[in-house]
Design a binder for this molecule. Sequence first.
Ligand code: HEM
Length: 478
Amino acid sequence: MELGVPLPRRPVPGTYGVPFISAVRDRLDFYYLQGQDKYFESRADRYGSTVVRINVPPGPFMARDPRVVALLDAKSFPVLFDVAKVEKRDVFTGTFMPSTSLTGGYRVCAYLDPSETNHAKVKQLLLSLLVSRKDAFVQAFRSNFGALLDTVESQLASGGGKSDFTALNDATSFEFIGEAYFGVRPSASSALGTGGPTKAAKWLLWQLAPLTTLGLPMIIEDPLLHTLPLPPVLVSSDYKALYAYFAAAASQALDAAEGLGLSREEACHNLLFATVFNSYGGFKLLLPQILARVAQAGEKLHERLAAEIRSAVADAGGNVTLAALEKMELTRSVVWEALRLDPPVRFQYGRAKADLEIESHDASFAIKKGEMLFGYQPCATRDPRVFGATAREFVGDRFVGEEGRKLLQYVYWSNGRETENPSIDNKQCPGKNLVVLVGRLLLVELFLRYDTFTAEAGTKVVITGVTKAATSVVSRTA
Ligand code: HEM
């Protein structure tokens, strides 16, 4: 990215094709014929540009207008973080928006533009909640995921040498988040019992179906998931049960919400959304991805992680403290690298607030007011012009040291640079620091127990073996 060299101006290349027909055809390419990465990369190649006009799914009949300007490199992408330039109203899920009857009739925080007064109030509520619970995270994580690893070990010992981490994580993350945020385990709620994760997964599907494939044959799945919304009434009893948990467990946070000028009801729907959609939906994807990447990286990385983690914990008197975690530079780098390669939220949208100029590495493009801008994160965070020849590889220590730290500004998973922070004035994820903390805690839990482990990664991540540490390095509950 040279400074001071004027870039040539180009019209944004690409075509949307024939209305309706091309949008459906592109949707099939995206889901079934090409796959996501190839869908974007092939179009960038065809037009010789990383800023290109593209239809995005789901298209008809779900979305009124599938036409976007796609930003597929690390340089153009960050315009989406600039809320002075892009409008973020109702674009959280892109060119369609799920019915508000799935969220109690409210447009929840993720759909609000910072210019709307409730955005600041709800975001403040969430940021304050996370700060107030900071000391609860480590203990809640360790007890829940310690129990998960006990189960892994007994499953490996008893049946066929395999343990489905994805399934165990689905149940455990749900309990962990409830306990960490509100001090009440969801399974203790009479409305939910152990059914919370299933109800949550169903409610998530009702919102994300247009952006999802379940691996069914195209001819069944495309009309079922991508053409018309699933009827909200079929998930309303699940939502009511989730809501009952929050109304009871989050009473302190709801008191705080009233102090900020929000009604208890609006605050409760927002807490539910931030906990179940944003947090649970995120951890469902992220933790298996971290596990898979680290398993594939192999024993050498495992040795280095175990040494770093055990020595920091030993220095802290055998306790996993926040200060000990701060010393684990390689561990944190591994989490950032997993977030860089596999950003759990791959799509970001924003509508141009005024005519503006966007620059890729090679050219400058004029965008008209009202055009929809779309960023495909994996293309931006695997940009070889920033991350070099290893851009598509997992390099665990990429962000270690002074040189490594310089690359952090190009890690975008939180809808902002990793060097910046969420605030009430921007749209960066308020869970940013918590997410990196939880990723590190997963590695800490693993490598305090094991010298190495193996796992298979496909549609789910399955642990196939663990080698226990020779000596116990830490008290399990510290
Ligand atoms: C927003 C990612 C966890 C709450 C966002 C956005 C992304 C993101 C990309 C911006 C979406 C957009 O505007 O286009 C993730 C990932 C997570 C995660 C990958 C986990 C792996 C969490 C957690 C919370 C949270 C733990 C807990 C509070 C939110 C909220 C917003 C948001 C409320 C909307 C922010 C606003 O309107 O200003 N997240 N997030 N997320 N996230 Fe997260």
